[in-house]
Ligand binder design. Sequence first.
Ligand SMILES: *Cc1c(COP(=O)(O)O)cnc(C)c1O
Length: 903
Amino acid sequence: MKAIRRFTVRPVLPAPLAPLAELARNLRWSWHAATRDLFRDVDPVLWDADGDPVRLLGSVPPARLAELAADDDFVRRLGECAADLRAYVTGPRWYQEHQDRQDRQEHPEGRERRDSRSAASDGALPAAVAYFSPEFGITAALPQYSGGLGILAGDHLKAASDLGVPLIGVGLLYRHGYFRQSLTRDGWQQEHYPVLDPNELPLTLLREPDGTPALVRLALPGHRALRAHVWQAQVGRVPLLLLDSDVEENDPGAREVTDRLYGGGSEHRLLQEMLLGIGGVRAVRAYCRLTGHPEPEVFHTNEGHAGFLGLERVHERVQGGLAFDAALEAVRAGTVFTTHTPVPAGIDRFDRELVAHHFGPEAELPHIDVELILRLGMETYPGGEPNLFNMAVMGLRLARGANGVSTLHGRVSREMFQGLWPGFDPEEVPITSVTNGVHAPTWVAPEVFRCGAGRIGAGRTDQALSVGDDERWDAVAGIPDGDIWLLRRELRAQLVYEVRRRLHVSWRQRGAATAELGWIDEVLDPDVLTIGFARRVPAYKRLTLMLRDRDRLMELLTHPDRPVQIVVAGKAHPADDGGKRLIQDLVRFTDDPRVRHRVVFLPDYGMAMARKLYAGCDVWLNNPLRPLEACGTSGMKAALNGCLNLSVLDGWWDEWFEPDFGWAIPTADGAATDEHRRDDLEAAALYDLLERRVAPRFYEHGPEGLPDRWIEMVRRTLTRLGPKVLAGRMVREYVERLYAPAARAHRMLDADAATALAAWKSRVRAAWPRVAVDHVETAATAATVATAALGTTAELGATVALRVRVRLGELTPDDVEVQALAGRVDPEDHITDATPVPLKPTSGPDAEGALLYEGPLTLDRTGPFGYTVRVLPAHRLLSDSTELGLVALPTETTGEAAGVLMR
Ligand SMILES: *Cc1c(COP(=O)(O)O)cnc(C)c1O
């Protein structure tokens, strides 16, 4: 029988247990071991079933609660955890200390300490930062993520909390979250969308002082409205606001806007993104108004989906009387955009018409001309689609700071978006990179934590994991081989049991009877080299590369002395039948009775499974098509548990690979090979590595009977790679390299400065077509260089005097910088490592309006050397001289006439 109404009955906790409710509401329990232990002890069976404190407290029988209330030891531990949480949430942390340090530098005469929440409007660090993301993976108990992007966002919030960064997270609450995966008998992915009731999740509704729910409202075309409630999750110190359109005042279409993550067609996606970006800013405003939290000075959009947050803030200022261009300058100053994918399909693009329809006088942001909005998302570069509105392009145009998520991905992104900065080399495109990290307290297995705590104490281990501190990590180096090996075996054995349990559940779902499943008790072996591969299943990740030569794989799995075993998991996007076929291929292979004890596919990859998997594997495999994996984070989580990586040199592994940490799978990218041949080559390289390098090292035992060389790699992975891969390191980089400069720019660009900057830009843009480099000439100033020889050879250390004639049209020398760029040249005469040298105006303008610029150029390198000159716009409030995308370069004839190149 179906219920016509449901409600949630909350448990009444006996008074001594009241702090349990407080601990359950703050998601810090998800990474705080002592609090997790406490919840487990409430009811180990219920806890192990789903690890969700809210649900646990809702299901424990009152008799058990009474028993616990009388248990002095439990009540004491509860008190300690509650006190620890309060101290964690209120005390000063890295950010506050960092702020103090900066204050002391700026005001050495001394000043009183700030408390952690006071607005730091004159300090260097932002008073608050709003962090927007379409998904957040914080715990399996709040299933609002599909994969890496969401988990990264969750790790960002947790690390920000540990560091004391005053972040506000903003996202959507999907009533069905992402799908749960199961398999049919023949291995085809099935999707299920369980209904999530926010009342049963660790969320509280944001309310107005009169008790009514705070309401965010967006105008839709056709006099409709999209309304949303705001739910708040508490992630340690960081509030996470989730907008929920499933409210009674909405019409049925509007109610469904937040139904599921990455579902639906274009219009549905657009509405989700408008709610996230525009509604998200309104939710932040409401939150600050209702709680007194300082207003964010910096807005960070995690991938382009939330990009409308910039437009909403422009609209706020336009409503306040500022012109659009000036508002854009002011907003841009405080905006940070992170791009996460070099795969075009990963970038949202909408039909221009669809966007136009949803903005303007009859819809959202009525005070901004729709044409101005459209222009921000246009792909105005060669190969761009004139009829598409690109969210990443808008993200870049609306942000002062932009970054990719690994060094390699930064480079790839600069090339990918180079068209937005015509006239500049890819190296100059203003997209930097901050390599992702992972939140160690979430991803390090308790057994590994205890091992570290045994050496240096729990508090310092905690510090080392959350903040990152190389010295503390060195302590692990002293752990004896035998202990490391015991730890690895314990983790592997736990994984083996977990795999059998999950496989059993999966086969029951696939329709098997328990009696047929006796073989599952023999699946995997706690002493066999264990390889893990788990991730979403887009084509570029190549789930089935390992199946390229099935016979060879079978030999590896069933090798008499050095077998390997493989655990695979992953979800295909519901609309991706290609991905589902890959899963089916793999599942059918794992069903083969000859290998099913050595290779398994586990359905429903998610955070709960991931924690066991990363810790229990010996080797983490990653074989994407290079360079399409922007960063990849699962291998980092594995490394933090002493698992070695075996991966294509892509994303983070390209940056930090060392032979001590694992193996690099050679790739055939760049070679003129077709895709099939490339797969063949890379798969063959993978089998070779496994057979000749990985397995022998694992099974080779030293004099003590232990695999010494393997253990040494585990140790080095923990001590030397560990501190790099931390989310704490990542968030500190964001604060120092992106948030702090954005906050400073934001403060400088008040209404007047923004108006002046916008006017200046518009003047420079209009005048730029008449800016030109007319003539370049050189004269050797050092006697060692014969003038006649100049143009072909010169001696190291010689100085060349450059004289450049430029025309500035209506601009003055104050508006520009004239630079020489010098460096090594490649065979195509391309300067490969250009260093800019500013030149000084020495005379002019002459009768023809030309100015002379001069400066010395030192030939400080041997070999082919070249230089060129250019004119760039210059203004003290520009973030970067590439900002306007304007540059004047010598024409072919100017260069040749002056003999610009010397070889
Ligand atoms: C870390 C993680 C991912 C992302 O892993 P990649 O290596 O970036 O593919 C995906 N899903 C879950 C559950 C994770 O924990």
